[in-house]
Write a protein that binds this ligand. Structure first.
Ligand code: FVH
Length: 302
């Protein structure tokens, strides 16, 4: 079989995501070597034309570009510690979810062994890989990003966030934090409406257009935060935004108020600190990192 697309890729980890990544490359004509801790998971990909390596040593030696899509940070070390010494001169693209510090640790560990490292954070589910809906953030070696970009672009829209290897993970987890908090808010709202007998499906139908419209407020709050002046006219004041009545209503309905109570706690703190006349975006000041202690990352972010 010929592989007109050139760059050969080894994919380590054939879970739902690793299999989707390997399948997309095979469909695009790349030579693909695969390895999985549990070998049986390679069968379907072998049938589609992948070379299934019987050992991880053989897998990392087979292609110049190694892609890891394993469970977590610990599993990357468990799989690759025994073979990293033999990978000198290779490029490792790690698409395993890690924290920013874990990504930086992996970059240092790879560098100690002469391996170029690019960290990736996948903003997609497996069925989205290879479609225009998929996005993957990258940070780490700019040389690797530039050299293998045609491969990366097979999977998703590729965004490079800089040489600090932890940034792709940071921005991924930042967006997931927003998403999960929003979903928890939706579930709390569904529980409140559900206390009066409304189905979650009916609540979702009402909440979706409203919440979608409200996301326009992100950019307005962002402009206030970046401007550094929470007294800008036209904002709803924190005193006006006091959510004590939402917490009380939740409790009166027998619904656990945890998500909205957490927001109210942030509001109360800012009011107690004398910022009641300022806008809702002021809550950012209770959440943000102390920039004087984070200069390494802040410099990169600018
Ligand atoms: N699936 C998704 O929607 C999300 C989207 C966002 C990014 N994540 C991250 O992608 C990584 C892989 O996710 P996955 O969905 O493929 O996960 P699984 O299907 O659970 O497969 C896990 C693979 O990892 C292998 N593995 C686990 N521990 C080890 C180890 N100690 N040594 C070697 N391999 C290991 C596992 O092998 P096996 O259990 O089949 O033998 C699977 O191949 C992940 O970081 C997500 O957060 C996906």
């Amino acid at each position: 079989m010929t592989h007109p697309e050139g760059t050969g890729v080894t994919v380590l980890g054939l879970g739902a995501m690793g299999s989707a990544l390997a399948t997309t490359l095979l469909d695009a004509g790349h030579a693909v070597t695969v390895w999985n801790r549990t070998p049986s998971r390679a069968a379907d990909l072998s049938a589609r034309g992948a070379e299934a390596a019987s050992t991880i040593d053989a897998a990392v030696a087979a292609q110049p570009l190694i892609v890891a899509c394993l469970l977590d940070h610990a599993s990357v070390h468990e799989a690759l510690d025994p073979v990293i010494a033999g990978m000198r001169g290779s490029a490792l693209v790690n698409l395993t979810t890690t924290t920013p510090n874990e990504a930086r640790e992996l970059a240092s560990w790879a560098a100690e062994h002469g391996v170029s490292y690019l960290d990736g954070a996948i903003m997609a589910t497996p069925p989205m890989i290879g479609t225009s809906e998929a996005s993957i953030l990258y940070s780490g070696s700019p040389e690797v990003f530039d050299a293998v970009r045609p491969v990366l672009d097979r999977w998703a829209t590729s965004t490079y966030d800089g040489e600090n290897s932890g940034l792709a993970s940071l921005f991924d987890l930042a967006m997931l934090s927003g998403m999960y908090t929003m979903f928890a808010g939706f579930l709390h709202g569904a529980a409140m409406a559900g206390s009066a007998g409304m189905s979650a499906t009916d609540f979702a139908a009402r909440a979706t257009p409203f919440l979608s419209a409200m996301t326009a407020g992100f950019a307005l709050d962002a402009a206030v935060i970046d401007g550094g002046d929470y007294t800008v006219p036209g904002q709803q004041s924190l005193e006006f935004s006091d959510l004590g009545h939402l917490v009380r209503a939740s409790e009166e309905q027998g619904v656990h108020p945890a998500p909205i109570a957490a927001v109210q706690e942030l509001i109360s703190k800012q009011i107690a600190d004398g910022h009641g006349a300022e806008g809702f975006a002021r809550l950012y000041e209770s959440l943000r990192a102390d920039r004087t202690e984070r200069t390494d990352q802040v410099e990169t972010l600018r």
